[in-house]
Design a protein around this ligand. Structure first.
Ligand SMILES: NC(=O)c1ccc[n+]([C@@H]2O[C@H](COP(=O)([O-])OP(=O)(O)OC[C@H]3O[C@@H](n4cnc5c(N)ncnc54)[C@H](O)[C@@H]3O)[C@@H](O)[C@H]2O)c1
Length: 253
């Protein structure tokens, strides 16, 4: 059963990449808490489907806004438009990413720039766009998403893994810069999460078996496990947590 955090009820939450996968679990989890949720994605069809499912469960209805986060200049105006509808944000979940596989030989300068923009740069510009509102409110929680993939040195993910390693530096830097404004910034490091996309595109049943052999806990990690840690980090239960990394990977060793 999911914990309820009274301080998340009615707070304003922005989730990037919220239309599908882990992001969709996070959007649903905040709606379940009674938060006012806005989410950004490029996948409008999945966004509509998610909103429909959330409305059917009688949770608070989230707002969807299309935005290609790899176009860094479009981030500030899109977030300003959401802020004008909901008010200043209390929570930012920097979840969006693109883990399309690539070999080092396939990387061109444009590809490299695009991968760093979608997996790293946009996290910074989303944080920058919510900062003044959080500062005005005197509080905020920003949760940046990294990945165990760079720690495990998984193949065919060089630009993605480079970005996900840098997210930890981004978190610690912003936590230092904005700590005096009572804005907490943490990194969430998911393990191998069996989203529908992962199972369809990248992870075979044999791969999943191998992953579970590496995990201390022989379980399938789902989006809701990541959402539960996200809720905790967003809530006042994590009031003294900042500049840290929190791993949810069933104990990969
Ligand atoms: N699934 C895993 O096993 C796993 C493991 C480690 C880390 N993570 C991290 O967790 C987060 C979520 O993972 P996921 O597996 O659900 O990812 P995913 O690729 O399934 O979904 C990411 C979401 O971001 C959206 N998105 C992609 N490019 C975008 C763009 N340019 N602009 C706006 N939205 C865009 C997608 O449409 C999708 O809804 C990511 O940060 C990922 O790096 C996931």
């Amino acid at each position: 059963m999911r914990a309820t955090y009274p301080d998340l009820s009615n707070c304003n939450v922005l989730v990037t990449g919220g239309a599908s996968g882990i992001g969709a679990s996070i959007v649903s989890a905040f709606c379940q808490q009674g938060a006012n949720v806005a989410f950004i994605d490029i996948d409008a069809a999945s966004a509509d489907k998610l909103i429909h499912e959330i409305v059917e469960q009688s949770f608070a209805t989230p707002i969807f806004q299309y935005c290609n986060l790899a176009e860094l200049e479009s981030i500030a105006p899109v977030i300003e438009s959401l802020r004008s509808q909901l008010g200043d944000f209390d929570v930012l979940v920097n979840n969006a990413a693109d883990d399309t596989r690539h070999t080092p030989q396939q990387i061109t300068p444009n590809f490299w720039k695009n991968r760093l923009d979608i997996n790293l740069g946009q996290q910074f510009f989303c944080a920058q766009a919510v900062y003044s509102g959080m500062q005005a409110r005197g509080k905020g929680s920003i949760i940046n998403f990294s990945s165990v993939s760079f720690q495990m040195a998984l193949p065919e993910l060089t630009a993605y893994a480079t970005s996900k390693a840098a997210v930890i530096g981004l978190t610690r830097s912003l936590a230092r810069e904005w700590g005096e404004d009572n804005i907490r910034v943490n990194t969430l490091i998911p393990g191998c999460v069996m989203t529908q996309k992962q199972l369809e595109q990248w992870i075979s049943p044999e791969d999943e078996q191998k992953i579970q052999q590496q995990q201390c806990l022989k379980m399938r990690i789902l989006g809701e496990h990541i959402a539960d840690m996200t809720l905790f980090l967003a809530s006042q239960s994590a009031a003294a947590c900042t500049a840290q990394s929190f791993t949810v990977d069933a104990g990969i060793i």
